[in-house]
Write a protein that binds this ligand. Structure first.
Ligand SMILES: Nc1ncnc2c1ncn2[C@@H]1O[C@H](COP(=O)(O)OP(=O)(O)O)[C@@H](O)[C@H]1O
Ligand SMILES: [Mg+2]
Length: 292
């Protein structure tokens, strides 16, 4: 399974949301990491054929994006905002979707749905109305509906928003096990969501891709640019004017240990730190006036 994008571009009026993106994705969980407004949802809606590109092209598992009907059979999509037959029970809603996706025999649908409900840990909520589920449960039902026809490409747009930590872990495991011989494309604006379960990270910012590679390679983007220093409040305020602060931990009194990004050794007493993936990401997503 492979996806290739070639100069894929989307404009809304004169706003360019996706700016000539060219890349290749292979099997596994592919993380799409970028700040709000970067173009993640736009890219996902293009791949789900819910939007038409302004220019450029994409091929999913050998099928050009233009062949909408074929593409739709290949993909499952969990939108960022989704609503889902609120008045139906979990079981009826999934049964209806399985029928729509072409599983004709009732026994096959029942078996498939039972497997899925177990996978997403909703087996005790078969008879619960969709509108009565918690936020996390709705997300899990959303993922079940996107997987029902066993798509070669599963697109999940910011799926971990609103999940508690345990649910996040379970959710990641579910996606990782589903991703064998398939691609799971997962978007997020939270660097720590891109855990080791992601085969690769693609960073998207302002409609362009400044980085694609492993988590370790993303961390390397910040090598030599991460510093820690002890500061008091006044020093911290001064530093935050010129440097990108990653974190500040109180040390007692008015002192704090500050981690920040800078191109060259910034203060006499600053020590260079080992970069993390999040540091690498922050280096790529620059804020005007800082880390030039
Ligand atoms: N329907 C639309 N019309 C005009 N601009 C849009 C539309 N949808 C998104 N945008 C703009 O395109 C950019 C990318 O948005 P989006 O793809 O939603 O980013 P993300 O999902 O990364 O937050 C943003 O600047 C957004 O305001
Ligand atoms: Mg979005």
């Amino acid at each position: 399974m492979e996806i290739t994008l070639n100069e894929l571009t989307k404009r809304y009026g004169n706003k360019t949301a996706l700016n000539g993106v060219t890349l290749k994705w292979e099997d596994g969980v592919q993380g799409l990491l970028g700040p709000n407004g970067a173009g993640k949802t736009t890219l996902m809606r293009l791949l789900a054929t819910l939007l038409t590109p302004t220019s450029g092209s994409a091929v999913i598992d050998g099928v050009p994006l233009k062949e909408k009907h074929k593409i739709r059979q290949l993909i499952g999509y969990l939108p960022q905002e989704f609503s889902f037959y609120p008045g139906m029970t979990v079981m009826d809603a999934l049964d209806y979707l399985a029928l729509l996706s072409g599983v004709k025999a009732a026994v096959d649908r029942k078996r498939k749905i039972n497997e899925l409900l177990e996978a997403v840990n909703l087996e005790n909520h078969r008879k619960t109305k969709v509108k009565a589920l918690s936020g996390g449960m709705k997300r899990r039902l959303g993922i079940a509906q996107a997987m029902i026809h066993e798509p070669k490409l599963l697109i999940v747009d910011e799926p971990t928003a609103g999940l508690d930590p345990e649910e996040r872990i379970r959710f990641r495991q579910l996606l990782a096990s589903f991703s064998e011989n398939r691609i799971v494309l997962l978007s997020t604006h939270v660097a720590e969501d891109i855990e080791s379960s992601c085969r690769e990270v693609t960073v998207l910012t302002e409609g362009s891709v400044p980085f694609q590679g492993s988590i370790a390679q993303l961390a390397e983007q910040a090598r030599g640019k991460v510093w820690t220093a002890e500061m008091d409040n006044a020093e911290w305020r001064a530093a935050s004017q010129s440097f990108r602060i990653v974190s500040a931990v109180a040390k007692g009194g008015s002192r704090m240990s500050v981690r920040f990004l800078a191109e060259s050794p910034p203060l006499a007493e600053a020590e260079e730190a080992e970069p993390t993936m999040e540091d690498g990401y922050l280096c790529l997503v620059k804020v005007r006036g800082k880390l030039q």
